[in-house]
Design a protein around this ligand. Structure first.
Ligand code: NAD
Length: 428
């Protein structure tokens, strides 16, 4: 059975993640004095789909895999959220991530509700052909509940544009015509959006730059990035481009440190070519991956997994500013410990919303067979992210007795979902 770094089983870790999502919700609900009706509606899940399905392996044998697709809330539109392939996937984790997607879409004000899905598999342990078989079979299993007007999957941990291409193709074959709007994060050649691959990291960069705008901007800020995949790698690269000094990066196997800054462009290019970060030969000292969390830097970007900073290690974090690249990297207890010490946290549902924002742009393009230029996509993304940041930061200042950016983002997200719920009414 897969276990976390802290020794939790998948189910325990998933339950911990769901607990964090629910605790955050109830704190916000208490502040907003939500009636029981809204608490009940917003903590329930519209659709919970669990499936076990066989996949033929290269040697002719087969293995049964388990997968999930959860729709949290669709008051604001079709539901949207990634599909993750990881050994630690569990129902609790998928539910928490679906709920965060609901708030995230509302915070950046894109017309979607929240969803998430996943398959329990280590994508590195299967061949490309097996991964394709698994993806096509899982897509067939969830086909009744996805669709461009209903639920639009996207990449997440362990999945990528190729996996989205297989999903789109499988769904389209079943319909008898090409349906590019059924997934986002597709390769550009088959209807993906320019700028989608880098959108989450780029959004993090825009939000951080806006947060630091009045105190000197990104230039010269020393940064540590934990996780070096799509989110962490792109963030490290774009922050370097923006003038920050990325001194620490890591993946699950190795951490790297260089005083004065790493060559993040070269390191990320190496990883994107399919190589391990550990085989990158650029100038760097080797450190343990978790040391990156405790680095003496100006900004920490946890961009790997949820539950990374907990009550057990929050006191070791030295950065005065954390911007959450991953979903749910801090537990509620860690949040409290860090708040007590005056550490600022820019929350996931704001910071990493660039991915879903450009997914929205991709969905619009796919439905109308349009193609936007990358600079137009990035300019729109910047506008959405800066507007969302200002809305959240402004809410923090206006009249709140005790408020941090996470709370303000939660309040805004929840209020927008409630507004949609009230306007639509409850049928019948
Ligand atoms: P990815 O699979 O591309 O990369 C994950 C990275 O984390 C890899 O470098 C991996 O080695 C590293 N990692 C895994 N376990 C680790 C550990 N114990 N210690 C240190 N590093 C570890 O995934 P991604 O798409 O970059 O997603 C990362 C996080 O960001 C997830 O929480 C995901 O839900 C969230 N997210 C992703 C997107 C997106 O557009 N991809 C958008 C919003 C949020």
């Amino acid at each position: 059975m897969a276990t976390t770094v802290a020794g939790l089983s998948s189910a325990e870790a998933g339950d911990a993640t769901l607990r964090t999502a629910l605790e955050q919700f109830h704190r916000a609900a208490d502040h907003l004095k939500l009636p029981d009706k809204h608490r009940e509606i917003l903590t329930s899940f519209k659709t919970v789909y669990e499936t076990e399905f066989p996949v033929e392996l290269d040697d002719g044998s087969f293995r049964v895999f388990k997968g999930y697709r959860v729709h949290h809330n669709s008051a604001r539109g079709p539901v949207k959220g990634g599909i993750r392939y990881a050994p630690m996937v569990s129902l609790g984790e998928v539910k928490a991530l679906a709920m965060w997607m609901t708030w995230k879409c509302a915070v950046v004000d894109v017309p979607f509700g929240g969803a998430k899905g996943g398959v329990i598999v280590d994508p590195h342990s299967v061949s490309r052909a097996e991964l394709q078989n698994l993806t096509r079979r899982f897509t067939s299993e969830i086909a009744p509940i996805i669709g461009p007007d209903r639920d639009i999957p996207a990449p997440d941990l362990g999945t990528n544009p190729q996996v989205m291409a297989w999903m789109m193709d499988t769904y389209s074959i079943q319909r008898g015509y090409t349906v590019p709007g059924v997934v986002t994060g597709k390769p550009v050649a088959i209807g993906g959006s320019e700028g989608r691959f880098e959108a989450t990291g780029r959004g993090i960069m825009y939000v951080l730059a806006e947060h630091l705008r009045e105190s000197g901007g990104l230039a010269g800020r020393r940064v540590a990035v934990h996780g070096f995949g799509n989110v962490g790698g792109v963030t490290a690269k774009l922050l370097t481009q923006g003038g920050a000094i990325v001194e620490y990066v890591c993946d699950r196997d190795i951490g790297l440190y260089r005083k004065g800054g790493l060559d993040t462009f070269s390191a990320y290019a190496h990883v994107q070519q399919g190589n391990a970060l550990a085989t990158w030969t650029g100038e760097a000292e080797r450190v343990a991956p978790e040391d990156v969390l405790y680095a003496d830097v100006d900004v920490l970007v946890p961009a790997a997994l949820e539950n990374t900073i907990t009550a057990a290690n929050a006191s070791r974090v030295r950065a005065p500013l954390i911007i959450e690249g991953a979903n749910g990297p801090l537990t509620t207890e860690a949040d409290d410990i860090l708040a007590e010490r005056g550490v600022t946290v820019i929350p996931d549902i704001l910071a990493n919303a660039g991915g879903v924002t450009v997914s929205y742009f991709e969905w619009v393009q796919s439905r109308d067979f349009q193609r936007w230029r990358e600079d137009d996509v990035n300019a729109q993304l910047q506008r959405y992210m800066v507007d969302a940041y200002r809305g959240v930061a402004g809410r923090c200042v206006v009249g709140a007795d005790r408020c941090n950016l996470r709370e303000a983002a939660q309040w805004i997200g929840i209020e927008r979902v409630i507004e949609a719920t009230e306007l639509r009414g409850i049928f019948p």
